[in-house]
Design a protein around this ligand. Structure first.
Ligand code: GAR
Length: 670
């Protein structure tokens, strides 16, 4: 008997595609050879697409070999001299979903491009239907003979770019790029590699543009605001659904109210069912708690792919002892440690605490770091200066200072060095990392005061070439360990690292995007985030390049007086317009809106670069409703300018009890 695929094998997308809809129509423009045209046709002639995609060819050249291909492939074609193109397209403009330029050697005038612009109707984004493929890494080597241009210039690498077509030649928003190393290749070999990539990537991107995806983003903090913003910029997005966004970013998509009933797993199960009904293709999980509860496993069982670790691997964050075991087994450097657990350790006659402290005294002469074994919102860490203080604090942890999370407590050798956060995408096979970031964990300037969820962040963190090499080694070790342990999930791995004299050590793992590191890292990411997620869900992360720009990004958190213990709430936030004045972004966290002016997606102009416009808040009144209230984010090639604008914005945005650190941008060693 044939083996039935299990539900967990991601059957959802095919089911969704099976839904009966009118066929998509594309018009491919080619002037010559037409090999891309043929690759696209063959892709959509596969059974899965046959009735769903209707292709025609348009050429401006009577002798184009593309015409021979069209005849062979049974594809209708139009020969349209360029001077007749506008008249030909005008009556047909609405007929096609996409205009695909594939070796069409003409510059399209604005009036033709306008025929391909669909303005935002019924809550849809404004769209440009013209796309082009170009054989270089734009903006390098524009124009004709781009492969040869790169070859003759002695470039180390070149590649392929797919982009929307705009007025200027080979410009327009980049959809995707894939690089090719030139190395010792002859020109002919280079051309062959480039064409091979083109033939794979162009059909795939067209498919993603024709069959856009519905995403559900879970979580309602500033990190999720940043993720929602980035996802909403993707041309591959149909509808962004959000489970419990805060009032500050609801306008970016459709809200699904998620009301916990006390039975979290049942709630997730119901949410997954709802997601199925809404044809949601992918769940993206922001915070850690749903992962600990197994949201990824539940959705996966319902056939919905998830970006976020399964229950087992969420333990790398959820249980410090699980993480320590993983590291020890796999020779990943981490601090020496002892585990204390339960009543026994704190009972009157117990000597466990004393003995453990004596061990640290003898070995390291410094008191150990005290960490709750379970997750405690990033706050369950204490750094005692003296042994007596350590003893007192360990007792408090074991007695439940952080509830169940600290009934098991880890004592760790104190390490000294620069702390960095390394966030990586993992698909069960490939690990790709962001540049390192740095966060500001402590409440007060000078890195003192209480531990918080994070008061700010910068990226990239400043590291030396030697440290960069060490980081690469660390990533290789981590990848090897994950493969060896068969960590078959798709998600984010956040390595909290310390760069010591004895090399890179892991302080902790988080299994989700860091908050507020994400807010700065997304500023550096030039690759489409949804495309990355889709590749991850196909376990094909190895097939893409992550592209980062060379900017410096900063994030400052404005918090409420009393944070992190008992923040004041209910103060009106004034002068949010300052963000626009200084060209900074705002990501909201602990806010609520008191008037319910709801902006529709239709009012947003998605064709503009992501920037917060005063109009986004016009008519809105926000009040504080949490510890971390909002983030001010800015990136620029000059770090000094970016920081200056952030500080000016922070000064002008106002609410009662506003607190923030005045040393964001400074590097500290612990
Ligand atoms: C492709 O390499 C495409 O990238 C390039 O023309 C070739 C067409 O080949 N396009 C440009 O240079 C656009 N500026 P094909 O006709 O065999 O598909």
């Amino acid at each position: 008997m044939q083996k039935q695929p299990s539900k967990a094998q991601n059957t959802a997308p095919s089911k969704i595609q099976a839904k009966k809809t009118a066929p998509k129509k594309i018009l491919i423009f080619a002037s010559g050879n037409g090999s891309n045209f043929e690759a696209i046709v063959k892709h959509f002639q596969q059974k899965a697409f046959k009735a769903k995609v209707n292709i025609k060819l348009l050429t401006d050249n009577k002798n184009a070999y593309a015409i021979q291909r069209a005849k062979k492939l049974n594809i209708p074609y139009f020969y349209v001299p360029f001077e007749n193109l506008y008249d030909f397209l005008k009556p047909r403009a609405k007929e096609y979903n996409l205009y695909v330029l594939a070796g069409y050697m003409r510059i399209l005038p604005e009036k033709i491009l306008k025929l391909g612009t669909v303005s935002g109707i019924q809550g849809q984004k404004k769209q440009n239907k013209f796309i082009n493929i170009h054989p270089s890494l734009l903006p390098e080597f524009k124009g004709k003979n781009a492969i040869r241009q790169a070859f003759d210039a002695g470039a180390e690498k070149t590649g392929v770019t797919i982009h929307f077509v705009e007025k200027k030649v080979d410009s327009g928003k980049i959809i995707v790029q894939k690089s090719v190393a030139i190395g010792n290749k002859t020109l002919a070999e280079l051309e062959k590699s480039i064409h091979e990539i083109e033939h794979k990537i162009y059909p795939e991107i067209i498919e993603n543009l024709l069959f856009k995806k519905n995403i559900l983003l879970f979580g309602g903090g500033a990190r999720e605001h940043a993720l929602a913003q980035k996802l909403s910029e993707s041309p591959f997005l149909d509808t962004l659904y959000m489970a419990n966004p805060n009032d500050g970013f609801k306008y970016l998509g459709k809200t699904i109210e998620f009301t916990p009933s006390g039975d979290t797993r049942a709630d997730f199960y119901n949410l997954a069912k709802k997601a199925r009904k809404l044809n949601i293709n992918l769940l993206v999980v922001g915070p850690e708690n749903p992962l600990f509860e197994g949201i990824a496993d539940i959705f996966q069982n319902e056939g919905i792919r998830t970006i976020g670790a399964d229950k087992k691997w969420a333990n790398l964050e959820g249980s410090k002892s699980f993480a320590k075991n993983f590291m020890l087994k796999n020779s990943i450097k981490t601090a020496d440690y002892r585990v204390l657990e339960g009543e026994a350790a704190v009972s009157k006659h117990s000597t466990q605490i004393k003995e453990a402290l004596e061990y640290f005294k003898a070995e390291y002469q410094t008191p150990p770091v005290i960490k709750a074994d379970g997750a405690a919102l990033g706050k369950g860490v204490y750094l005692p200066e003296r042994f007596k203080e350590a003893e007192f604090e360990i007792k408090k942890f074991l007695e439940g200072k952080f509830g169940e999370a600290s009934k098991k407590t880890i004592l760790e050798e104190r390490l000294f060095g620069k702390e960095i956060s390394l966030l990586s995408f993992w698909d069960g096979k490939t690990l790709l990392s962001f540049p390192p970031a740095q966060d500001y964990k402590r409440l007060l300037d000078g890195n003192i005061g209480k531990n918080t969820g994070g008061m700010g962040s910068i990226a990239p963190a400043k590291i030396s070439a030697k440290e960069q090499k060490q980081l690469e080694e660390y990533q290789n070790n981590l990848k090897k360990a994950l493969l060896k342990e068969n960590a078959d999930f798709k998600g984010i791995i956040y390595s909290g690292l310390i760069l010591t004299k004895k090399g890179v050590h892991v302080l902790e793992y988080n299994m989700r995007f860091g908050d507020p590191e994400t807010q700065v890292l997304l500023e550096l990411l030039d690759t489409d985030l949804l495309y990355i997620f889709l590749k991850m869900s196909d376990k094909k992360l190895d097939k893409i390049d992550l592209k980062f720009n060379k900017k410096k990004a900063y994030c400052m958190v404005l918090a409420s007086e009393g944070y992190p213990d008992s923040p004041k709430k209910g103060a009106q936030i004034k002068n949010l317009e300052a963000a626009e004045k200084y060209n900074c972004k705002i990501y909201f966290a602990g806010v609520s809106k008191i008037n319910k002016h709801q902006k529709s997606a239709q009012e947003q102009d998605f064709s503009l670069p992501a920037k917060h416009k005063a109009a986004d808040y016009a008519g809105d009144t926000f009040i504080t409703n949490g510890g971390r209230v909002l983030n001010i984010v800015k990136s620029a090639f000059s770090g000094k300018i970016a920081l200056d604008k952030i500080y000016k914005t922070a000064l002008e945005i106002n609410f009662d009890g506003k607190i923030y650190r005045k040393d964001i941008g400074k590097t500290y060693k612990s």
